[in-house]
Design a protein. Structure first.
Lengths: 487, 560
């Protein structure tokens, strides 16, 4: 009996080793081996969904072609920042302030909340100036961003498909307007693995209001669990249960995890369930995080100059500013994809107070992050992206008093990109005189996704995963690389 | 709801009570409050339609397996459901109000009403008195000293200097006068005192019929009401029978829903149950039986289960029994090379599938393994241990005081939910957020989950308790005794005996830990004080280390 059992187990092991689904002991050994973080070229579309037999789900892998960026920091601005008050000065809009918007601008426009048949145009109450050597327009609300414009590509003509926050969030973060698809960070972690053995390859930092679609914005979907975005909490301990219980020294914790993994490995051989391999990897990562995360989160080594550059008043208090600094520390430690979520920019009302408030929280740290990465020589191969799920309308929502706001605009909105192979100090795309829609270079957010992958050395058409009989990709069946963005 | 499921209330009756229990002839309290679950949406009195839309969409998803919500703004892009038909469904739920339903005896209500009547009398007297204050306002104004003026609130002071006063401004003045009037203040104090004596009766949400004219929302916009729509059901389904009333009610609707002629409800229901046992529904996804979804590979099985369900008089327990006793359910979950090529998604069900259990159940299992679980049913929500900082940053008020006694060890089902800041273990292990109906949970697998299974104080407590249960298995302090103890722990946690290699691994851990823990303070820290005298602190601690490892195994949190 026992012999039979061992024989069948050996067969199964060979099988899983061959086809790469199971990660039997050999593969597992490499998963846990320092030296295995080597790199193996991505093989285009194979039967296994675009990847060769994965030895280690999280080890670093070679891209499709030479990459310009090795890692990404996505500063996700929840709710839709008002591009017309931040990056898009419109003299015509100011001139016609208070007048009903001409009907020709309303064709096919779907507002989220505005009910009026012909709402009124609203110029920006804030002053704009041309900044830096490149002379890009930035409003007075973003004085710090104004200081780094020479490092930015400001794209004014992104478009999206859904006026509903929830679905628009999903589309920009997963490429699809419903739940269930893998997020951008998961695709990248799947495509390139991670250069960090001690921290999750896709890490999420939250501050302010949580995203409407919650964890679906950084979920792994049908990709293997190991590529899940791991969120650090915005309140209390940033990582839940990072500390071992009383009486469990690191040695005792290590010994316990060894025993757990030994039994889990046995079970993996028995069952061939790849989830067990992911769980073994998760326990290893958990142990390493216990050692590495306190060091990551301990900002006592950061100079006062750095803290004040980011505008961090209290290093123990959670904030977008602290998260920006943590983002730099994460990429320094080899984390592949860091996504910050901060809200809420959804200024249907109280634009006059709400927008400056959001800018105060985000302008300085965002600019500091870019400058700090540059100073440390990291910006060349770190891509920084700033933007939200859509922009805001050129017409006023509500009577023009202290409470006035702007509705959504999905036809043309602004995002900026910096570093990682992006051309510096330029504007891309133009919009009509009121900023309602693009007049040149309209880009769908699938194009943004294709470009981010391209900069990372990944062809968005070849980064696929077979699920329920179909090859899926981040850009679904769309997306073109935005050539103008490339340096 | 737990009681209804436990006594195996027939599913058709269950659905009737959930959606329209309040409309049943001579509705019992149980039937009326059964509607409360369906009211449990984000309730905002200014956005009443949001709750109604949620009820319609949830009904469509959960019982009809249809993405009816797509027809809120326009006719469904794929399925035969027009926007008008959507609002026909909407009309059933529109003619209802969600409100508090008091759970009290007639005598309790009478006592309360009498006390409230007393308060109302005093309030009426105060209102009358305020009228006299208003009448004599001019005289009062003239008699105001400079000192008295200075004490008036700023807005009232501003009104004093105006001549052409609006009713609002007059009210402001009356309020200002009342705030300085001794008799008025005495009246208010008396009202407050008496009001505090009015007993507060426990109440829960329920639906109550209230007829309304329903209009379609043009492009789904509640602020653009369109044509009037009568309650009705989609034309592609069997017709509604409402012989008893001219205008069909919510009760007519739900009777139509669970009528045996309805082709969807029984199929959707058994598909949900199937999904719980096999990870995927026979129809996949379970919330969409629409034309976009591929026909099930096992169509006949689905049809048979649905007809069995109805034939068993909608017995949910019988359906569970039928499935778990089947050969298909009892198959091994191990992957088999030859199947991997033929049927990678296991649609043909040639094997079982391993499923990590849900967030609440992970904790339930650990509590149960430690013998700590308090299996009591029902009652108000409880507050088990949760880490600091969960409620930080909330705008609204919320508190969390850890429950006393064994309320800490109730099943996860009873853990209180703050919708915006749930217990952190729930989202960590993929429990959905409580804003809309969820028909399938994801199963993520992250390092932070591993940290929680290893380090969360609740699981350490369970490991200590499991250690004591295991140690009891033998009185022999030899390796034989330890093997028996390990066998007990395996039987409790994994329902099987350890393989030799597993036993060797864990007994090696045990021996090492006994040796290491013999000196120093760690043993006391691990057991949280002193172990029982007959067991000894070191022995208890060493077994706690071993049991914590067992509770962290993939197999422990996985249904195989």
């Amino acid at each position: 009996m026992r012999d039979d059992h061992n024989e069948s187990r050996a067969t199964r092991r060979q099988f899983f080793g061959r086809c790469g689904v199971g990660l039997a002991p050999l593969a597992l050994a490499s998963l846990l081996d320092d030296e295995a973080v080597g790199g193996e070229a991505l093989g285009g579309t194979s039967a296994q969904g675009g990847l060769p037999a994965i030895e280690s789900p999280t080890g670093a892998r070679m891209p499709h072609f030479a990459s310009r960026a090795k890692r990404v920091i996505f500063l996700y601005m929840l709710g839709g920042p008002s591009q017309l008050d931040l990056f898009e000065p419109k003299t015509e809009l100011a001139k016609h302030d208070g007048e009903p918007i001409p009907e020709s601008f309303l064709k096919g426009v779907k507002f989220a909340q505005i009910q009026e048949k012909q709402p009124r145009l609203m110029g920006s109450p804030w002053k704009f100036a041309r900044r830096g050597q490149s002379g890009l327009d930035v409003s007075e609300l973003l004085p710090h961003t104004a200081g780094i414009v020479d490092r930015l590509s400001i794209v004014k003509t992104f478009r999206s498909d859904d006026t509903n926050h929830l679905f628009a969030e999903l589309q920009i973060n997963t490429g699809w307007r419903q739940f269930g698809r893998p997020s951008m960070g998961s695709w990248v972690a799947y495509g390139l693995g991670s250069e960090s053995r001690d921290l999750p390859g896709f890490t999420v930092l939250l501050s302010g209001m949580p995203p409407r679609a919650k964890s679906a914005n950084y979920a792994t979907g049908f990709l293997p669990s190991a590529y899940q975005g791991v969120p650090l909490r915005s309140g209390g301990e940033p990582i839940l249960n990072l500390t071992s219980p009383a009486g469990f020294s690191p040695q005792r914790q290590r010994r316990t995890i060894d025993a757990v993994n030994a039994l889990n490995t046995r079970r993996l051989e028995e069952t061939g369930d790849p989830e067990i391999a992911a769980r073994i990897a998760a326990y290893e990562m958990a142990f390493r995080m216990q050692a590495s995360a306190p060091e990551l989160l301990d900002l006592s080594g950061e100079t006062e100059a750095t803290l004040s550059q980011y505008g961090i008043a209290d290093r123990s208090q959670p904030s977008f500013a602290r998260n920006c600094l943590l983002a730099r520390r994460l990429v320094e430690r080899g984390v592949r994809f860091v996504q910050l979520f901060h809200g809420d920019w959804d200024h249907h009302s109280h634009l006059g107070t709400g927008l400056p408030n959001q800018c105060r929280q985000t302008d300085q740290p965002s600019a500091a992050l870019v400058a700090d990465l540059a100073a440390r020589g990291l910006l060349d191969d770190t891509l920084v992206v700033w933007g939200g799920e859509f922009g805001r309308s050129s017409v006023a929502q509500g009577p023009k008093d202290a409470n006035v706001g702007r509705d959504h605009n999905i036809a043309a909105f602004t995002m900026w990109l910096a570093g990682g192979g992006v051309k510096a100090g330029q504007t891309i795309g133009t919009t009509d005189e009121f900023g309602c829609a693009a007049t040149s270079d309209s880009f769908h957010i699938h194009d943004l996704q294709a470009t981010i992958l391209h900069l990372l050395g990944l062809d968005h058409k070849r980064l696929t995963y077979r699920f329920q009989g179909r090859d899926f990709r981040l850009t679904d069946v769309h997306g073109n690389v935005i050539e103008k963005l490339l340096a | 709801m737990v009681a209804a499921l436990n006594r195996d209330l027939p599913f058709d009756r269950f659905v009737i009570e959930q959606l329209a229990g309040d409309l049943l002839p001579c509705a019992s309290t149980e039937a009326t409050i059964a509607t409360g679950f369906h009211c449990n949406a984000m309730l905002d009195p200014n956005l009443r339609w949001e709750a109604v839309l949620d009820q319609v969409n949830t009904t469509g998803t959960v019982f009809l397996g249809l993405t009816v919500g797509c027809a809120q703004c326009h006719s469904h892009k794929y399925d035969p459901l027009t926007q008008r038909e959507y609002y026909g469904l909407y009309a059933f739920f529109d003619s209802a109000t969600i409100g508090d339903f008091e759970l009290a005896t007639p005598a309790e209500k009478a006592t309360r009403d009498a006390a409230q009547a007393g308060v109302d009398v005093l309030k009426k007297r105060r209102t009358d008195y305020e009228a006299t204050l208003k009448e004599s306002l001019a005289a009062w104004e003239q008699g105001l000293s400079a000192e008295e003026r200075a004490k008036l609130p700023a807005p009232a002071l501003a009104v004093l200097s105006t001549t052409n006063r609006s009713p609002d401004q007059v009210s402001q003045l009356v309020a200002a006068r009342a705030s300085t009037d001794a008799e008025h203040q005495a009246m208010s104090r008396a009202i407050d005192e008496l009001a505090q004596q009015v007993p507060k009766l426990p109440a829960t949400l329920a639906m109550r019929a209230e007829s309304r004219t329903t209009r379609l929302f043009v492009r789904g916009n509640p602020e653009r009401p369109g044509d009037e729509v009568a309650p009705g059901v989609p034309a592609f389904l069997p017709p509604l029978s409402n012989a008893n009333s001219t205008r069909p009610t919510r009760l007519d609707f739900v009777r139509w829903l669970v009528a045996p002629e309805n082709p969807l409800v029984a199929r959707v229901a058994v598909n949900h149950i199937w999904q719980r046992y096999f990870g995927l529904g026979l129809v996949e996804p379970v919330n969409d039986f629409g034309v976009q979804t591929p026909a099930p590979v096992q169509q006949e099985l689905l049809d048979w289960l649905a007809t069995e369900f109805i034939a068993s008089r909608w017995s949910v327990k019988a359906m569970h029994r039928l499935i778990v006793c089947s050969a298909t359910y009892r198959q091994s979950a191990n992957a088999r090379p030859q199947l991997q090529a033929i049927d990678p998604a296991n649609r043909l069900l040639a094997r079982q599938r391993r499923l990590r259990v849900e967030a609440e159940i992970i904790r339930d299992l650990s509590l149960s393994a430690g013998g700590l679980l308090a299996p009591r049913l029902g009652g108000p929500g409880v507050y088990p241990y949760q880490p600091e900082g969960v409620l930080d940053g909330r705008a609204g008020k919320a508190t969390w005081t850890t429950s006393a006694g064994d309320d800490r060890f109730r099943r996860g089902l009873y853990t209180w939910t703050w919708r915006l800041t749930p217990h952190p273990m729930l989202p960590l292990f993929d429990a959905p957020d409580a804003t809309m109906a969820c028909t399938r949970r994801d199963r993520s697998n992250t390092p932070v989950q591993a940290l929680t299974l290893l380090n969360d104080p609740t699981f350490v407590e369970c490991a200590r308790a499991l250690a004591l249960r295991a140690i009891e298995a033998s009185t022999v302090e030899t390796e034989t005794g330890d093997r028996a103890r390990l066998a007990r722990a395996f039987a409790i946690c994994l329902s099987r005996q350890p393989a030799d290699a597993e036993a060797d691994e864990l007994l090696r851990l045990l021996a090492e830990q006994r040796a290491e823990l013999a000196s120093g303070e760690d043993a006391r820290k691990i057991v949280g004080g002193e172990g029982p005298a007959d067991i000894g602190t070191v022995n208890h601690a060493a077994w706690t280390v071993v049991c914590r490892a067992i509770l962290s195994l993939d197999e422990f949190v996985t249904r195989e």
